[in-house]
Design a protein around this ligand. Structure first.
Ligand SMILES: Cc1cc2nc3c(=O)[nH]c(=O)nc-3n(C[C@H](O)[C@H](O)[C@H](O)COP(=O)(O)OP(=O)(O)OC[C@H]3O[C@@H](n4cnc5c(N)ncnc54)[C@H](O)[C@@H]3O)c2cc1C
Length: 485
């Protein structure tokens, strides 16, 4: 049965959150993922602030909590592994948050809960995008399609009336009303469509993540060691009896661009003499099959949409692990996007009903309302022609309002709600990187003293505030009654 069709590129936290919420608000959804199968990998991320409420609304809070990494706190350790300071982790959003989970586990929980009917295509990527809504009519050679006549009309076998034609590298063509690009920080589709608007800020930090065997000395805390030369070593528990390790260091070179053997050789060179558990981590990475290296780059953009395409998650606003809260923003963004689209549709429908009612009224003479006019004014019967039909999926009884021809206002409401949250996480305190990655022995000693002050009882509330990310005083936009279940 006809429903608006959204294609989502990228099956991780942002793409799957959008898939879940769009399907729940009446969309037909197809997710296209470049990887040949679902990507289970990834390291410790957390769900904080307003994202906790999104997860609650999805009914997935307990499922995510059940996959907790088991981490109980965060400590700084010296070269002998002795704890020198402990970061505040009490409450829900501390350095170790209540919801600590592996990226792949969080994505898997959403994947498993996707409403029936969401289609997922693995091993393909969108190569060509033909958006008839952004082309001048002359180029389309079709006057009648100047304003998209029936966004919901999927009556033709191939959905040819839909304004977007997306062709994958396998030659598959998907006709759609909306494209959501959730391809992560290095998104190719984003660069192709909105590349000139991308302000990619190199933070000068590289992080290498991997899974290594657990040893009896590994406990349930996140242990964090600073070594001289701008190098950090992190060890964190996971729920699978292994240990998640991170080597994080300042470097102007992009190690993530190298083939894995060369990247590992560079890590060895960079961590020579770093001490603590660095040898064990390097050996573990060399034997591991899930090493992931990222040269941290913030993505800043003045707008996140073009035509009927919208960017979501790291593709739009990568905050990097230095900002934290990337997973929380991705999760929240999926909800806010679906709510903004549903609200715009409900508002457009209400406006068109009001217009229709006043047209009927003026045609039949003021004060002489006919039965048909009364029906139009109350939004029943007479407007069924412009309403989408009830969705086919028995699990999904939402009858959404018709999609407006111009999605711009919906995308703008989405951006308006998300931007303050993103700005909050992206604005790193000045000098943070120099503070976090001391280069000299003196710098390291000063950093140790600063930690003692910052983590003293007097300053703990300040530090606690710094871990309260992705918080918003504004309530989440509500779904209109027509889209809520
Ligand atoms: C395997 C992996 C491991 C990660 N590990 C960590 C980590 O340890 N610590 C951390 O802080 N952050 C990590 N991240 C990033 C972090 O998870 C993000 O901040 C957060 O997940 C934001 O989610 P996202 O959905 O926007 O992007 P991502 O999680 O990056 O997901 C993007 C998805 O899009 C897919 N994709 C990319 N290009 C295309 C394309 N052209 N066509 C179709 N699909 C495409 C990718 O395969 C991926 O599934 C990791 C991401 C991945 C994919």
């Amino acid at each position: 049965m006809p429903r608006p069709h959204a294609v989502i590129s990228g099956a991780s936290i942002a793409g799957l959150s959008a898939a879940w919420w769009l399907a729940r608000t009446g969309w037909r959804v197809t997710v296209v993922e470049r990887a040949p199968e679902f990507r289970d990998g990834g390291q410790n991320v957390d769900v904080r602030g307003v994202a906790r409420e999104v997860l609650e609304r999805m009914g997935l809070f307990d499922a995510v909590k059940a996959r907790n990494t088991t981490e109980t706190g965060t400590v700084l350790v010296d070269a002998e592994g002795r704890v020198t300071a402990e970061l505040p982790s009490e409450g829900t959003d501390g350095a170790t948050a209540e919801l600590e989970v592996l990226r792949g586990d969080l994505a898997r929980v959403i994947l498993d809960a996707l409403p029936e009917g969401v289609e997922t295509i693995y091993g393909e990527t969108i190569e060509e995008i033909d958006d008839s809504s952004t082309r001048p009519a002359a180029m389309r050679g079709d006057e009648s399609s100047r304003s998209h006549p029936e966004p919901f009309d999927d009556s033709s076998a191939d959905g040819a009336d839909r304004p977007l034609a997306l062709t994958t590298d396998a030659g598959r063509t998907l006709r759609a009303d909306l494209l959501v690009v959730a391809e992560g920080v290095r998104s190719r589709t984003r660069d192709h469509l909105l590349g000139d608007a991308v302000d990619a800020r190199d933070l000068g930090v590289t992080m290498a993540f991997g899974t290594i065997p657990r040893t009896p000395a590994d406990d349930d805390r996140w242990r964090w060691h600073n070594a001289v030369g701008g190098r950090q070593i992190h060890l964190r528990p996971d729920p699978y009896g292994t240990t998640r390790a991170i080597l994080s260091f300042t470097d102007d070179r992009d190690t993530a661009e190298l083939e894995l053997p060369e990247a590992l050789a560079r890590l060895r060179e960079r961590y020579a003499g770093a001490g603590w558990e660095s040898e064990r981590v390097l050996a573990g990475f060399e034997a591991s099959d899930d090493v992931y290296i990222d040269h941290l780059t913030q993505i800043r953009m003045p707008r996140w949409h073009r035509g009927r395409t919208v960017l979501l998650g790291d593709a739009a606003w990568c905050v990097t692990p230095m900002g934290g809260a990337g997973a929380s923003l991705a999760l929240t963004g999926g909800y806010v996007l679906a709510a903004s689209l549903a609200r715009a549709a409900a508002e457009a429908e209400a406006a068109s009903e009001t217009r229709a009612a006043s047209e009927v009224q003026s045609a039949s003479g003021a004060g002489k309302e006919t039965g048909a006019g009364a029906q139009a004014a109350s939004g029943t019967e007479s407007n069924t022609a412009v309403k989408p039909e009830t969705v086919a999926d028995p699990a999904d009884d939402v009858v959404p309002a018709p999609l407006p021809a111009d999605l711009g206002p919906a995308f703008e409401s989405f951006e308006e709600w998300m931007r303050p949250l993103v700005d909050q996480v992206q604005s790193l305190p000045k000098g943070l990187i120099r503070f976090a990655y001391p280069r000299t022995r003196t710098g390291l000693r000063l950093r140790g003293l600063a930690d003692k002050v910052l983590l003293s009882a007097a300053f703990r509330p300040v530090v606690r505030r710094m871990t309260r990310l992705a918080q918003s005083e504004r309530p989440l936009p509500e779904l209109p009654a027509s889209a809520a279940r």
